[in-house]
Design a protein around this ligand. Structure first.
Ligand code: PHE
Length: 339
């Protein structure tokens, strides 16, 4: 009999279920008024006196183990119910998560960085609050130079001048001061100009400027790089360079791409010419190299600069520059599919 009881104890110990009915059936089977324990206690009366102590202990053990088991099973069932009430049905499908979208300015900036990084340009950044030296003087724009009027400036302090940078060329000066040629870097960033706000211009906008300095860099290198960029960025393979003026480059040029005249929109954005101006460029003026402690006898370089908003407006046909800064979700949501 002892063996039988011990076997039952082992059975009870391994018993498992999560069903209320099965727990109840288990309880009745062992502890019920006609259950196994009742039967066993009856049988116990016939057990030989020498075995009574051991079998009695085993029976008590079986009864205790069984009632503890029933208690445990009921408790865990209640716990599960509580969790369910608290969290709801854990097996139901989750709520869809709203996907955000990148701002169109970030999309275009990242794309420009990607295109130039493929040909070895690194990304450099600098402060938005600049001193006069890095924003103007080092770039061949001494005080009282009339070309300073090209970029209406927000001043923060006078003498010594502290201002909001008007272009990211200031980052390039910093880069030249701290790095030896060969230099191949682009500087994306926010710039500020004291201009009236309209659908075409804003007092805050973004630029990417590029700088390449090495021995024997020529205007042909510049043109080839720009051609590569317009092909990758716009899928257009015709550009033209028109002579222009920037104080920090000589010679200087404006870059136009041939956009085409296939649609009415093409007519509108190119004013019927098919050509679109997208950036300024030129060979770095020897004075600028000298100001940044680079020997202009040994090194030459080119630079270019473009406005990110302008390019984003072209690519996505955005009619008003102010839309970039209003953060209207109906506008921003339209860029969800672009990474
Ligand atoms: N810094 C110029 C601007 O802000 C752009 C430019 C950069 C032009 C480099 C030529 C060379 O308009």
């Amino acid at each position: 009999m002892l063996k039988k009881v011990q076997k039952l104890i082992a059975d009870v110990e391994v018993f498992k279920t999560t069903s209320r009915d099965e727990i109840e059936a288990f309880r009745i089977k062992y502890l019920g008024s006609k259950g196994l324990l009742k039967e066993l206690f009856n049988e116990f009366k016939t057990v030989d006196a020498s075995m009574k102590k051991d079998v009695g202990q085993a029976l008590n053990n079986l009864r205790n183990t069984t009632s503890t088991k029933v208690q445990e099973l009921n408790d865990s069932l209640e716990n599960a119910q509580e969790i369910k009430n608290f969290y709801g049905d854990l097996t139901r499908p989750s709520e869809p998560i709203e996907l955000g979208s990148r701002h169109p300015i970030s999309i275009v900036r990242n794309r420009i960085i990607e295109v130039f990084s493929k040909i070895g340009f690194t990304v450099s950044e600098g402060p938005e609050i600049e001193d006069d030296w890095h924003n103007f003087t080092a770039l061949n724009l001494p005080e009282y130079h009339p070309a300073r009027d090209m970029q209406d400036t927000f001043f923060i302090e006078k003498d010594p001048d502290l201002l909001l940078r008007t272009h990211t060329s200031s980052v390039q000066v910093r880069y030249m001061e701290n790095n030896e040629p060969p230099i191949r870097t682009i500087s994306p960033g926010r710039v500020f100009r004291n201009e009236d706000i309209s659908s075409r211009s804003h007092c805050i906008f973004h630029q990417v400027e590029g700088l390449y300095i090495d021995t024997d860099v020529s205007f042909a290198d510049l043109k080839q790089t720009l051609l590569y960029f317009t092909k990758e960025m716009f899928g257009k393979s015709k550009i033209r360079l028109r002579p222009s003026y920037f104080p920090f480059t000589e010679p200087s040029a404006e870059v136009d791409i041939y956009w085409g005249l296939e649609t009415e929109i093409d007519y509108k954005i190119t004013k019927g010419t098919g050509w679109l101006e997208i950036m300024g460029c030129g060979m770095v003026d020897p004075n600028v190299l000298k100001n940044a402690n680079i020997d202009p006898e040994k090194y030459t370089g080119y630079a270019f600069g473009m406005g990110i908003e302008r390019i984003a407006m072209l690519l996505y046909q955005i009619p008003d520059i102010r839309m970039f800064y209003e953060n209207d979700v109906r506008f921003l949501e339209q860029f969800k599919s672009i990474i």
